[in-house]
Design a binder for this molecule. Sequence first.
Ligand SMILES: [Zn+2]
Length: 389
Amino acid sequence: MVFTGTLATGWGATAAYAEYRRRRRARRRERYLEGVRYLLDDKPDRALEVFLGLAASDDETIDTHFALGSLYRRRGEVDLAIRVHEHIVGRAGLDPRHRNAALVELARDYFRAGLYDRAEKIFLQLAEDGIESAVALTHLVRINELQHDWAQAAAMHERLRAVGVPGQPGAAAHHWCELAESAIGQRDLDLARAHLRTARHQQKDSGRVSILRGDVARMQGDPALAVQLYRRVVRLDFHLLPLVLPRLAEAARQAGDTEMFDESLRELMRNGVGNRSEIAYAAIVSGYYDNPVILECVKELLATDSDLRDLSCALLAPGVEPGPAQLLSVAAALRNVVLRHARYRCSVCGIDSSTFLWQCPGCKSWDTQRAIAALEFLPKAARPGSPPD
Ligand SMILES: [Zn+2]
């Protein structure tokens, strides 16, 4: 019968299609396991070829691809992560949610690979479209910081706040301080003061803002105000003393009142902000130690630091107090030791540097560098726990 024949043909086609799908699933599973085996055998390139082949024929593998891209980036194989995410973005008929997620990941890959112009272009578009704005704007702040485009970094920070993210007031203040330093370099002191007002608005108690305000005050012929501002810095943040000491001395000299400098140092000791050894060390690091009050602090350093105590006992006659000339020589010798080594270390990631930097070159944190609080006589490589250069 015709009817029976049609039914049989229909059943046969359905069964054939079911068989086709079963075989396709089995092939896909086999290929998938092959990709996993390549990953386990540490053959990421071969694994990538297999997984990209799967994506070309199957929508269901998209989650695997995101996981794979994330895995490659975490392993530092950013070029492979880029290939995975570019592959997803380039697929026709992709769900917009998947496409946007892949764009965010691709921009992150470019950022990680140091391809900042490509990353910036995608993040700008995402921020414009209101897609993952917080992630996009946070990266845009970082990209502009890395490119030293401080005006753009400040603008992106404002946009970050506008989308409800608190941001980092300290970082924002530094962006404006960078702009102020640039204006100071161009002798545009009115512009510098305007930038510093904005920086204060971002962060009220910023040591860097007070330092720069003091510098501007000195340049505008108001050293007494500069002294007040520099004193304020040390009260706010004692670890900035190596930066402040030479400035404070110069402002007091400009004001014709060197006693003001000595009084500032005595105030530090009285208030117990830092002990005498710390003041001595800050003075040696900054190179500003030719001062009777500081040399008293150097004497304290010799008496309290175990290595230096042994050294001074060996060099000085027993029971003899070192005089100013001897203390000056000791400070100069210690300065020579300090100059041969890193003088500052990041309190977050531990990276050393010979000059003071407001932003750590390693972890990009602001305000984390500290003067190394001990004189290190051994070369870096010979110190216990030192990572290889
Ligand atoms: Zn760091």
